[in-house]
Design a protein around this ligand. Structure first.
Ligand code: C5P
Length: 239
């Protein structure tokens, strides 16, 4: 398998959480959300290097967290930017040039599992750019600023996109460089590849791989972890 580096953007302000601090430091099972996210990649035998991107004022907190939890694969903790895209670009620049494939994964998605990540790596091996997505359950409408419906989108052709997203090192670097020069911004990294006219493959994501954005999400994340405990102890009893 190619040499894989991880970029974890964690420099958002988390305003929708309303916690008055970066949501990635809120506790899930007694540990910061970001710690759960880093641990998964630390434990993956396929990952060579991890770069974490934090807001300027949060960098000492992230350094302390990495030191305290002895995450050995963290090669750099760098400063993010105004938009997520600026943060990811900084992370990509901090990775070693020897990294062949880059995985971008939101710091605020702590519930990805090792098994799902490894399945993702093998399913996406032949693609220069690939992402996780799940079918949309709700009907999605495009609306104008006043709330008036413009059109109803065809649900069968829609999917809700998640991270991880994986790219060949060269194409992601080029996409970020070109987007910066053109002043183009997208809400995920794959959209920069699409904007360049290159293909992006979607593979099945995980319902449980939520982005912890609002207080309800934090509640849900706790429930998902409890559900996993129950599943784990049931399968132990069965063996
Ligand atoms: O804003 P959004 O929910 O899309 O953020 C997804 C991830 O990107 C979060 O983990 C957040 O911390 C990160 N982010 C960042 N820099 C920004 C904005 C968001 O690293 N300027």
């Amino acid at each position: 398998m190619a040499k894989i580096g991880i970029v974890i953007p964690a420099a958002g302000q988390g305003k929708r959480m309303g916690a008055g601090c970066n949501k990635q430091f809120l506790k899930l099972r007694g540990q910061p959300i970001l710690a759960h996210t880093i641990r998964l990649f630390e434990e993956s035998c396929h990952v060579s290097q991890i770069v974490i991107v934090g807001a300027e004022g949060d960098i000492p907190i992230i350094e302390e967290l990495v030191h305290h939890l002895a995450f050995r694969k963290v090669a750099a903790i760098c400063q993010g930017g105004v938009h997520r895209q600026d943060s990811v670009r900084a992370g990509v620049q901090a990775l070693s040039p020897t990294i062949q494939r880059i995985v971008v994964h939101d710091g605020a998605r702590p519930l990805l599992t090792l098994q799902a990540f490894h399945n993702f790596l093998s399913e996406t091996e032949g693609f220069t750019a690939a992402i996780m997505g799940i079918p949309v359950k709700d009907t999605v409408k495009q609306v104008d600023l006043s709330g008036k419906v413009i059109q109803t989108l065809l649900r069968d052709s829609l999917c809700a996109v998640q991270t991880p997203q994986i790219f060949d090192h060269g194409i992601l670097e080029k996409a970020h460089y070109k987007a910066l020069s053109a002043g183009y911004y997208g809400t995920d990294d794959a959209s920069l590849i699409e904007w360049m006219g290159c293909p992006v493959q979607v593979v099945m994501g995980m319902q449980e791989n939520i982005k912890v954005t609002t207080p309800e999400d934090l509640w849900l994340a706790e429930r998902i972890l409890s559900m996993r405990d129950v599943r784990g102890s049931k399968s132990e009893q069965e063996t």
